[in-house]
Design a protein around this ligand. Structure first.
Ligand code: MUC
Ligand code: MG
Length: 382
């Protein structure tokens, strides 16, 4: 018997800006607030929630909060209103066909539809996806205060709190010599107590990466994320071959299943960062994960620093995949000064824990959304 029909009655995309607890320094931007788009759908009278998060607007990738809200609220809404949310495969295929690219926008709507269907059935999103293989996943933290001593202090706090023992350092904004010295000091401080990884966010060219990756490996770094431009797959392959002591991870360069396949066939990396936003939703994330796992690449549960809603959507999906060679970095809500959700995620014992409630396991906080939304509260914009 087919599932009960859940006709899509309403699709809203609301941009909001939530301040961070401290400035977050990346190669391409420093952010002190996260710009997100909350997608709220109503299907068969049931609400579901999704979230797209951008880091510094269209700087990490091509999509901006304004563009995401426009794509969801116009083109995707036009394609999906009146359609049956319960037929999730058809819905995702229709979303994929409705516009080209715009993966963040598609992913936020895909997640909202999945959440609505799970809620309508009174089950967790992970159960709708076949069931979790784990109730909690390892959780990394990004040390990116912009100051070495402050990063070490922050890392010590995380170890004491038993919240994180894997640290990702954001480099690429400074001279590579300075970045390597910063990383080496932190790796020394945490030697034997925490793992240290770096994310260059595409900032280096191949000669720079060829020169400095060995120094990072000498310092004890175990993984280097996207050291060169996402399009430069041959450089990734040469760098991985020349640096077998560390795993090179594809992030910006691995968005579509075709990207994943190319990284596999060219042996361009040992690890892949999953992000539903990059892959355009649930189906795309499953496809990329399947290609990576089939080829023996280590999985990493990546983040675009989403708040509670986006983080939980990703967590439910990630929990269905099983082994994570590199854990996850679903710490976005901990970087934010406030939340747009009514419930809180359990972060403890170096892990993020899957909630029990239906759907993603929490509701949208309508009052907070009103407070932080940027389409009405213009004064919140810089
Ligand atoms: C990225 O490129 O991985 C994830 C964690 C973090 O601090 O930044 C993001 C983006
Ligand atoms: Mg990255």
């Amino acid at each position: 018997m087919p599932r009960m029909r859940l006709p899509i009655e309403r699709i809203e995309a609301i941009p909001a800006r939530v301040p961070t607890i401290r400035p977050h320094h990346l190669a391409f931007a420093t952010v002190d607030a996260m710009d997100v788009v909350i997608v709220r759908v109503t299907a068969g009278g049931v609400e579901g929630y999704g979230e797209a998060s951008t880091i510094g607007g269209p700087r990490w990738g091509e999509e901006s909060p304004e563009g995401i809200a426009a794509i969801v609220g116009t083109y995707l809404a036009e394609a999906m209103l009146g359609k049956d949310a319960a037929q999730l495969n058809t819905a995702e295929a229709r979303i994929a066909r409705a516009v080209r690219g715009n993966h963040f926008a598609k992913a936020a709507l895909s997640m909202a539809l999945h959440d609505a269907v799970a809620r309508a059935e009174g089950i967790r999103l992970a159960d709708l996806l076949g069931g979790p293989q784990a109730t909690h996943l390892p959780l990394a933290w990004t040390l990116a205060s912009g100051d070495t001593a402050r990063d070490i202090e922050e890392g010590e706090q995380m170890l004491t709190l038993r919240r994180h023992r894997d640290f990702k350092l954001k480099i690429g904004a400074h001279a590579p010599e300075q970045d390597v010295a910063h990383v080496a000091a932190i790796a020394r401080a945490f030697e034997g107590r925490a793992s240290v990884r770096v994310d260059v966010n595409q900032a280096w060219d191949e000669p720079t990466a060829a020169r400095f990756l060995p120094a990072l490996a000498d310092a004890g770094v175990v993984m280097a994320e996207q050291p060169v431009a996402g399009w430069h797959v041959p450089a990734m392959a040469r760098l991985q071959r020349a640096n077998p002591r560390l795993a090179i991870m594809g992030d910006e360069g691995v968005a579509t299943p075709q990207d994943a396949l190319r990284h596999v066939t060219e042996a361009a990396c040992h690890a892949v960062a999953l992000k539903p936003a990059k892959h355009g939703g649930v189906a795309g994330t499953r496809a990329v994960a399947a290609i990576a796992r089939t080829a023996g690449l280590g999985l990493y549960g990546g983040t675009m620093l989403e708040g509670t809603i986006g983080t939980l959507g990703a967590l439910h999906l990630y929990s269905t995949f099983g082994d994570y060679a590199w854990g996850t970095e679903l710490f976005g809500p901990l970087l934010l000064r406030d939340t747009l959700a009514t419930g809180e995620i359990e972060f403890r014992d170096f892990a993020i824990h899957l909630p029990e409630g239906p759907g993603i396991g929490t509701d949208l906080d309508g009052d907070k959304l009103e407070h932080f939304r940027t389409d009405r509260n213009r004064t919140l914009l810089p």
